[in-house]
Design a protein around this ligand. Structure first.
Ligand code: SPD
Length: 389
C-alpha cells in the first residue's frame, strides 16, 4: 500500500516536473504562430448517459453530498437504501441489480468478490485514492486481497448504545457493569432494563457474532455448534428484548429503547437527534471492556454497472478531503480518509467513539467473513431465537 501511495506521489511529481519543462516550448520565438487554445482542465471521464444508481445504507451520507456531486458533474443520482448486509447480498445474488455502486460490509464483500459480483476499480480514474489511510486499506485486504475492488465508505464498531439517563433510572441501585455487553446479554441487567426498552439490530450477522464474542468464542466462527451455544445464551434474555430494529436511530432518539446493540456512528447520530428534539437525556455509545466488533463498509462497482465511469467519478468525489470531513462532522462516521482529518471539527475529532484511540483499537475484534453455508446456519439459529422457538 505504501508503495502504491509512493507511486502515485511520484507520478504526480513527474507530471508536475514535465509540465514545467514544456512551458518554454509552448512559447515559441517569432513569427508568432496561431495561438494554441489553452488546455482545458482534465475533468473526469463520464458515461454518455448522465445517470448514476447508488445502493447504500440509510442515514449514511451527508445532506448535500449528492446535490453537490450532481452540480459538479451534471449526473443525476438515483439513491436507494437497504438495511442489512443480508438484503444487499440477496439483491446481488439475484443479479441485474441496476445499481452502479453498492456499499457492502467487508464481512460480506469477500464472498461477493469471489462470486464475481464486482469489477476491479480503475484507479487511474480515482486520483483521490491517494487520500486513503493505508492502515484502513490494509484491513480491507482481508476481504479484497491487493485492494482491487473496494474503497472504504466508513468504519465504526458494533457495540452497546445507551440512554444513560433512562438506564440509570431503570437499574436503580444496581451499578453499571464493568463489561457493557452484560447490559444486553445478562439476565440480571436485561430483567431491569426491559422496562425502558432493549433493542437488537435485526440481522443474524449482527447479533450472532457479538453473542459469540460475549460467550468467549470466535466472533467469526463458521461452526454451527458455536451458533447453538450463542443462541442458548440469547434464549435466556429473549423475553426481555422489546425490539428487533431496523430503525435504531429513531428508536433510541425517540425513547422506544434505552439500551441497544447498535453501530457506534448511529448511536452518536441518535444522541444528536434526541438533542434536536429537545431531550436532555444523555445518549452514548459504550466501549465494552472486552472489546467491540469493528466493521468496514465499502464502495464497490457492480460487474454489470451501466455507468462505470460515473461510478468512478463519484468514488473520486467521495474520496476528497471535504467529503471525508463531512462524513465525520455530519454523520459521525470515520471514512478512512487521511487527508480529511485536518478538516474535522475538534469536538468530533475528540470523540473516542468516532476517532477511536489506538489503545481501544487494539482491543477491538477486527472483521472477518463467513462461508455461505455458515451464514445459512447462522440465519436458521437466529430466526429460531427471534421467534422464541
Ligand atoms: N446508518 C447506517 C450505518 C451502516 C452500518 N453498516 C454496518 C454494518 C455492520 N456489520
Amino acid at each position: 500500500m505504501k508503495k502504491h501511495v509512493l507511486v502515485l506521489a511520484m507520478s504526480a511529481m513527474l507530471l508536475a516536473a514535465c509540465g514545467k519543462k514544456e512551458e518554454p516550448v509552448a512559447a515559441p520565438a517569432a513569427p508568432a504562430p496561431v495561438a494554441a487554445a489553452p488546455a482545458a482542465p482534465a475533468g473526469p471521464v463520464l458515461d454518455d448517459e448522465k445517470v448514476l444508481n447508488i445502493y447504500n445504507w440509510p442515514d449514511y451520507i451527508p445532506e448535500n453530498m449528492i446535490a453537490e456531486f450532481e452540480k459538479a458533474t451534471g449526473i443525476k443520482v438515483n439513491y436507494d437504501t437497504f438495511e442489512t448486509n443480508e438484503a444487499l447480498n440477496a439483491k446481488l445474488v439475484a443479479g441485474n441489480t441496476g445499481y452502479d455502486i453498492v456499499v457492502p460490509g467487508t464481512v460480506f464483500a469477500k464472498p461477493q468478490i469471489e462470486a464475481g459480483f464486482f469489477q476491479p476499480l480503475d484507479k487511474s480514474k480515482i486520483p483521490n485514492y491517494a487520500n486513503l489511510d493505508p492502515s484502513v486499506m490494509q484491513v480491507l485486504t482481508k476481504a479484497d486481497p491487493d485492494n482491487k475492488h473496494l474503497v472504504p465508505w466508513a468504519w465504526s464498531f458494533t457495540t452497546v448504545g445507551i440512554n444513560k439517563t433512562k438506564v440509570a433510572k431503570a437499574l436503580g441501585n444496581t451499578p453499571m457493569p464493568e463489561n457493557a455487553w452484560d447490559l444486553v446479554f445478562k439476565p440480571e441487567y436485561t430483567s431491569k432494563l426491559k422496562s425502558c426498552g432493549i433493542a437488537y439490530l435485526d440481522s443474524p450477522t449482527e447479533i450472532i457474532p457479538v453473542a459469540l464474542h460475549y460467550i468467549g468464542k470466535d466472533a467469526y466462527s463458521n461452526d454451527p455448534a458455536d451458533y447453538k451455544a450463542a443462541t442458548e445464551m440469547l434464549a435466556k434474555v429473549r423475553k426481555d428484548i422489546r425490539l428487533f430494529s431496523s430503525t435504531m436511530i429513531d428508536d433510541i432518539a425517540g425513547g422506544k429503547a434505552c439500551v441497544a446493540i447498535g453501530w457506534a456512528g448511529d448511536v452518536n447520530i441518535a444522541a444528536g437527534r434526541a438533542q434536536e428534539n429537545g431531550s436532555k437525556d444523555e445518549i452514548e455509545a459504550l466501549l465494552p471492556s472486552t472489546g467491540a466488533l469493528s466493521f468496514f463498509d465499502t464502495m464497490a462497482v457492480t460487474k454489470d454497472a451501466k455507468h462505470p465511469n460515473n461510478a468512478h467519478a463519484f468514488i473520486n468525489f467521495f474520496l476528497s478531503p471535504e467529503s471525508g470531513a463531512a462524513m465525520a462532522n455530519e454523520m459521525n462516521y470515520n471514512s478512512g480518509n487521511k487527508a480529511a482529518v485536518a478538516k474535522v471539527d475538534p469536538a468530533i475529532a475528540g470523540n473516542k467513539t468516532i476517532f477511536v484511540e489506538d489503545a481501544y483499537i487494539s482491543k477491538m475484534i477486527p472483521p472477518s467473513s463467513f462461508t455461505n453455508e455458515a451464514r445459512e446456519a447462522m440465519a436458521t439459529a437466529y430466526n429460531a431465537f427471534k421467534t422464541g422457538r
